[in-house]
Design a protein. Structure first.
Length: 285
């Protein structure tokens, strides 16, 4: 079973998705399961993990409803306010068999460093890990050192670094390796090899020039701690400059069948407990 570990759905409104700016016109529309299905079929991928795109309990409820209605989605990464005094009550309100993890748009915080160091956030994180929810870390290269310290504090359950930690492609792969090297020893941290095509690049850098970041990720995390993710539909911003499925296939072509199977589904199945998920939509039950 091949899994796309990172994709989004939304019904677009400018007020709800303020991070979609005028340079992202292709994203200013609805993206729903019937649009993703043929994309996955062309790539030989059967299922996906649906990830939040705004910090809203209402969106999490909606994502779970959408996930129930389709056989594509095997797990949902939602959102909850980790600093809330009502965290347990909120978790009970959104509890659902498909809800396997959470994420916050840390990169959009006024001070991501302060957010990750906040006492209430860290208390909430400990509470999530006690309940065995995966937590996805969305930061950029500017705050990878803070993310490393955050991960060191929270080792009671799985953490996932989204999109390679959004490397600074201008500074090269050696700089990124130095930033994430401490994560090699943190075996509870995995990395989604996703999102690289839409990171700002130096002039003239092609999709092929991104392959060294995949090699470095394999060196640091090993095939047993990497998960393929398309970041659809955000990946559409790359236009004709390549696509995430082809890029990852090229990056992993020399790996063994077992290593490729881990990256394309096995690791996601373990982290998000996908073996516990029925792929039968609620409408068919």
């Amino acid at each position: 079973m091949r899994i796309d570990s990172h994709q989004h759905f939304w019904r677009y409104t400018a007020a709800d998705y303020r991070w979609i700016n005028d340079d992202m016109a292709v994203l200013k529309q609805d993206f729903l399961p019937e649009m993703l299905r043929p994309v996955l079929q062309r790539q030989g991928i059967q299922h996906s993990i649906l990830v939040q795109a705004r910090c809203s309990l209402a969106e999490t409820h909606w994502l779970l409803e959408v996930a129930e209605s389709t056989d594509i989605v095997r797990a949902v990464t939602g959102w909850v306010d980790l600093s809330s005094a009502d965290l347990q009550h909120d978790l009970e309100k959104i509890a659902h068999p498909l809800l396997r993890g959470f994420r916050h748009l840390v990169q959009d915080e006024p001070s991501p460093s302060a957010w990750m160091a906040d006492a209430a956030i860290n208390a909430g994180m400990r509470h999530l890990q006690q309940q065995e929810y995966v937590y996805e870390m969305l930061v950029t290269h500017r705050h990878l050192s803070d993310a490393v310290r955050f991960a060191q504090r929270h080792d009671r359950h799985f953490l996932v670094l989204d999109h390679f930690g959004k490397p600074d492609l201008h500074r090269g792969v050696a700089h990124w390796k130095q930033q994430v090297a401490p994560l090699k020893a943190l075996t509870h941290v995995s990395c989604k090899i996703s999102g690289l095509l839409t990171e700002p690049r130096p002039a003239g850098m092609s999709a092929t020039d991104l392959l060294p970041w995949f090699d470095a990720a394999l060196e640091i995390f090993g095939s047993e701690r990497l998960l393929f993710g398309s970041d659809w539909p955000v990946c559409l911003l790359a236009e004709d400059d390549g696509n995430p499925w082809d890029l990852c296939q090229r990056a992993t072509a020399a790996l063994s069948a077992d290593e490729q199977a881990a990256i394309y589904g096995g690791n996601a199945s373990t982290l998000y407990r996908l073996q516990e998920t029925s792929n039968e939509p609620a409408s068919a039950k």
